[in-house]
Design a protein around this ligand. Sequence first.
Ligand code: AP5
Ligand code: ZN
Length: 216
Amino acid sequence: MRIVLIGPPGAGKGTQARILTERLSVPAVSSGDLLRAEIREGTVLGQLAKQHTDAGELVPDEVTTTMVTRRLGEPDAVGGFLLDGFPRTVRQAALLEESLAEGETTLDAVLAFDMPDDEIVQRLTGRRICPGCGTTVHVVFSPPRVPGRCDACGNELTRRADDTEETVLRRLAVYAEQTVPLLRWYADRGLLLRVDAMGTVPEISDRVCAALALTT
Ligand code: AP5
Ligand code: ZN
């Protein structure tokens, strides 16, 4: 299956993508993770991206599209993929559609996660990530056994540079301005499935499976 996950920052796209990727045996491709890898490696693309991500603004469409479509061309993504955080603008969606059409494929579904802003601020300001193994926790909702340490590998947990309250509020505004119009664009194509993203991780996972008509 070829699936896109759309939703405001912190709605749980990455958390659900990690569950769904096992279930569907397709790779989860996160544009945010790809950009953060470029930033860590100090590439030219990473240096450009950092200015935008740190400010909570979008990285230019052509840059993200080239990066993501290159990743989708790798052998493990040929039979299907889960896209987390891409596309984020109508322009990116149109470029993705063109690129898939060249390979004579289309998307199967677009899952849109709905979540109120106040919950988002709480989720993101409390998020911590393990730089060693990528585990994501929340200081209140899913705290690690030893405060500040990854349960899986013991590394010190870190906070994403764009998870400060000020930048989260900017990311929410950017989502409303630049990504929300994409929901109508996909609804017009008959692809949009809306999911209430409030609740526990398993509850949301069940809703995602129901929306995709996957038997649990
Ligand atoms: P990106 O990395 O895509 O970030 P985002 O969309 O803001 O989403 P997040 O990763 O912050 O949240 P999530 O929905 O995955 O939530 P998570 O599962 O972690 O993008 C970052 C930046 O990169 C952008 O601002 C932009 O600059 C740039 N960028 C990326 N893609 C781009 C594109 N296509 N075009 C242009 N620029 C682009 O969950 C959040 C927290 O909540 C965690 O702590 C988790 O443990 C907890 N949690 C999850 N589910 C639950 C639950 N059910 N109950 C309680 N807690 C929960
Ligand atoms: Zn770890």
